[in-house]
Design a protein around this ligand. Structure first.
Ligand SMILES: C[S@@+](CC[C@H](N)C(=O)[O-])C[C@H]1O[C@@H](n2cnc3c(N)ncnc32)[C@H](O)[C@@H]1O
Length: 267
């Protein structure tokens, strides 16, 4: 039997790093100096995990480079090994991975810094998230963008399960909300996997104990950290009212059952 590899299943289920890389480039084209793209942009991926986004980012443009930061050395090592095989040599050479806490200021100035898949939700206290946002701002070039995503909606404020089949049909996965606390806004979530042909549902392969930050409170803290311009990119809906995977800039947003929105912050 092949050994179960959590990072492989994570990448095939909850990540679309190629789409994310395109979206980040689109955001930069929309909100910053388009001309700078030709010179190549440095992306810093915070909470990078296997740094999938870094490797997709450098694939987009031969002048792009990327730095991935994560405290989990094993996740970084998995990404390094995986993408060393997948990437062209020149692309691979333009990615740097660093095992470190993102709360410890990183000196290199970036064109884009992102905190995706809600990773910064682990910061539950206002003063901690404010400190993180201030450090991010200090590490951005003058034209730079800070991009973070957030989710919410009634579906996440009550125990729930979202069951999906992988694109190639080789496994099923569940995004499970175990608990949401109305007072603290803390949320416990997990990802389960069941490989096709196996009876075992592997529960809690990934677990998250987060604070479900609201968009409004995030905006207030970003502004306090010195970000002056904030933009929002939300997912379009298909005919059934489900997310269609295509994001565009919006001014307001319906509080549908489950929403996912990006904030793009500029100084
Ligand atoms: C939800 S995963 C995100 C992985 C990937 N970036 C993605 O988009 O799916 C959260 C990651 O944050 C990392 N992490 C948590 N706290 C951290 C910290 N203080 N500094 C750096 N990385 C941290 C974890 O090791 C984990 O790899």
């Amino acid at each position: 039997m092949i050994k179960f590899d959590p990072h492989h299943y994570y990448l095939q289920s909850v990540q679309s790093p190629d789409h994310d890389a395109e979206l980040l480039a689109d955001m930069y084209r929309t909100h910053s100096d388009k001309k700078l793209i030709q010179q190549g942009l440095l992306l810093r991926e915070d909470f990078a995990g296997t740094a999938a986004l870094c490797f997709e980012w450098v694939k987009l443009n031969s002048k792009h480079s990327a730095i991935g930061l994560d405290i989990d050395k094993k996740a970084l090592a998995w990404g390094d090994k995986f993408y060393a095989k997948q990437s062209k040599k020149g692309d691979y050479a333009r990615v740097e991975l660093k095992a470190m806490d993102v709360l410890h200021a990183h000196k290199v100035k970036a064109d884009l810094i992102c905190a995706l898949n809600f990773s910064y939700f682990f910061l539950k206290q206002r003063q901690d998230i404010l400190k993180y946002f201030k450090e991010v701002r200090a590490a951005l070039k003058p034209e730079g963008l800070f991009i973070l995503d957030a989710f919410g909606g009634p579906e996440y404020m009550t125990p729930s399960e979202d069951k999906r089949r992988s694109a190639d049909g080789s496994f099923t996965f569940w995004w499970v909300v175990e608990r949401y606390d109305a007072i603290t806004s803390e949320i416990d979530c997990r990802i389960d996997f069941q490989v096709k042909g196996e009876t075992l549902r592997r529960k809690g392969v990934f677990r998250y104990h987060w604070r479900l930050w609201g968009l409004r409170e995030l905006c207030d803290i970003l502004q306090e950290a010195g970000f002056k311009k904030l933009h929002f990119w939300a997912e379009g809906l298909d005919k059934k009212g489900h997310g269609n995977g295509r994001f565009k800039e919006v001014q307001s947003e319906e509080n549908c059952q489950a929403w996912l929105t990006y904030i793009v912050a500029q100084s």
